[in-house]
Design a protein around this ligand. Structure first.
Ligand code: SAH
Length: 515
């Protein structure tokens, strides 16, 4: 190796990072920073893909869930880590839960140590603590369990692996947390009973713990296997056996959120994590975000032409935050700012658009009571707009209710299209999968007519399978026209009002059918 090669090798390092149990919020700050700054990520199936969705690092998928035969062999994974580090890369080896808890992370560390590759271990929140916690089961509790044992039910079939002394565990009296596949239960539960553990010991199974689709089943040691079989629960599952399971009746919390068990599709132009998605997730829903459309700014010539003659107008109307943002971009490009609007009266179609203007130093003169074009018309009708000149900053293809109405009132309106919504490729696939898998607890939420149309195009024949939730009358009309069934409409056309309406609908449906 040349001297240059040696220094390259010195730059390479492997971080064995715990991804946490499933909820992407449960990764450590250190882990998140490393994902954002590394060159390559080598990940398992159990590490939530949301954690590396926005990274520019090279991705290497080496996992298949549940130890299926096509899992990349451990030796190959070790060799890959060594090779990438020798190339000088900063590698994150992302593993579900904690890397050193039944995850073979320690074997990877051994291989790296043997090869002389620098590495760091970033612990994670292990599923054996987090899945029970999200199900309302503490693994210890004063007076109930003063010890907890983490056990794997997948014992290494290879030579030399120590076997579990189940009868010692049965006598120990603390909580047992089992990391294993569903089938191993048929072997382990009888062994614990034979060793003298009481048949009525509370027992629980938690599938996909900490994710929005978490499922929990409670039984006793003697009935757990049958209950799991009947329910069709599949890996990944954490089993908890011990008196602490009974505390769930008092302290379950996730499942008590109003939208727990609901899947909601949020189709929205742009914005990575929209406020709608955030609020629905807080209410317990599993949110699937699909940017079915994205914003494409139009040529600035037209808007810049209007900006050059702003003093000729009496009013300027904005219909969306995107419109405000792009208009300001055009102003800035001309070396101008908010002062250019000094002589104008300003209207916004809704509070989010108004807030976006306020951020830029403009307090609107008119915010309608109803946040749709018709509402703006009603509000402006109260002012005398006859004979005024209006600049209307809009999306290409927006409805012409407003320009027509204003013209009828005697105003002269110039419409300046500033962007258009175009279909988004990856979002389309997400929508297809969502509609295909939709159950009766699925909803698609829409905040604009263009999002409805994009959804309908993407979903094709599947569009009728999902109930729609709409932000207001114009979006509802578009949804009905596109052949969707609208079950929810917000009272006021705002995101908080839409969330409120979805929660009310979810609660009433859940109460009807029982949980
Ligand atoms: N290192 C991981 C465990 C890997 S072993 C950790 O610390 O969590 C894989 C086993 O972990 C699975 O068979 C299952 O029993 C359990 N497991 C991992 N994630 C889980 C989750 N979100 N919900 C339930 N069980 C999970």
């Amino acid at each position: 190796m040349t001297a240059e090669g040696a220094s390259d090798a010195a730059a390479g390092i492997v971080y064995l990072v715990g991804a946490g149990p499933g909820d992407p919020g449960l990764i450590t700050a250190r882990g998140r920073d490393l994902i954002a700054s590394c060159d390559a990520i080598v990940h398992d199936a159990l590490a939530n893909p949301a954690l590396y969705a926005d990274t520019s690092a090279a991705l290497h998928d080496v996992g298949k869930r549940g130890g299926s035969t096509d899992s990349a062999r451990q030796g190959e994974i070790n060799a890959l880590l060594v090779r990438l580090a020798r190339e000088g890369q900063r590698v994150v080896r992302l593993k579900g839960g904690d890397p050193f808890v039944f995850g073979r992370g320690s074997e990877e560390a051994q291989a790296l140590a043997a090869a002389g590759i620098p590495f760091e271990v970033v612990p994670g929140v292990t599923a054996g603590i987090a899945a029970p916690a999200y199900a309302g089961i503490p693994v210890t509790h004063r007076g109930v369990a003063t010890s907890v044992t983490f056990v794997t039910g997948h014992e290494d079939p290879g030579k030399g692996a120590p076997t579990v002394d189940w009868s010692a565990l049965a006598r120990a009296g603390g909580t047992l947390v089992l990391y294993m596949g569903v089938r191993s239960l048929g072997r382990i539960a009888p062994t614990l009973l034979e060793a003298g553990m009481a048949p009525d010991t509370p027992a629980a199974a938690v599938q996909w713990g900490t994710r929005a689709d978490q499922r929990t089943l409670v039984a006793t040691l003697s009935t757990l296997e049958q209950r799991v079989e009947e329910s069709g629960l599949e890996a990944p599952v954490i089993f908890v056996i011990g008196g602490v399971v009974a505390l769930r009746d008092e302290i379950a919390w996730l499942e008590r959120r109003p939208l727990f068990g609901w899947r909601v599709l949020v189709t929205r132009a742009q914005t990575p994590r929209s406020s709608l998605a955030h609020a629905l997730a807080e209410a317990g829903a599993e949110v699937v975000e699909a940017p079915a459309t994205r914003i494409e700014p139009l040529d600035r010539g037209c808007v810049q032409g209007a900006i050059a003659h702003l003093d000729a107008y009496d009013w300027i109307i904005f219909t969306s935050q995107n419109g405000v943002e792009l208009f300001w971009g055009a102003l800035r490009d001309l070396g101008l700012d908010a002062r250019s609007l000094a002589g104008l009266r300003v209207a916004a179609v809704g509070p989010a658009t108004a807030a976006s203007l306020l951020e830029r130093g403009i307090a609107v003169d008119v915010t309608p009571e109803r946040f749709v074009a018709e509402g703006v018309l009603e509000a402006l009708a109260r002012d005398d707009v006859a004979g005024t000149r209006v600049l209307y900053v809009a999306a290409d293809g927006a409805r012409d209710v407003l320009p027509n109405g204003l013209t009828e009132m005697g105003a002269r309106v110039d419409v300046v299209p500033i962007y258009r919504s175009v279909p988004d490729g990856p979002g389309t696939e997400t929508i297809r999968v969502f509609t295909r898998e939709a159950t009766e607890r699925a909803l698609a939420a829409f905040t604009s007519a263009s999002a409805v149309r994009a959804f309908a195009d993407a979903a094709g024949d599947g569009k009728g399978r999902v109930a729609a939730a709409s932000i207001g009358p114009a979006t509802t009309a578009a949804a009905r026209e596109a052949g969707l069934t609208v079950c929810v409409e917000a009272k006021r056309s705002t995101i908080p009002s839409l969330v409120e309406a979805i929660v009310a609908y979810g609660v009433s449906r859940t109460n009807e059918s029982g949980r």
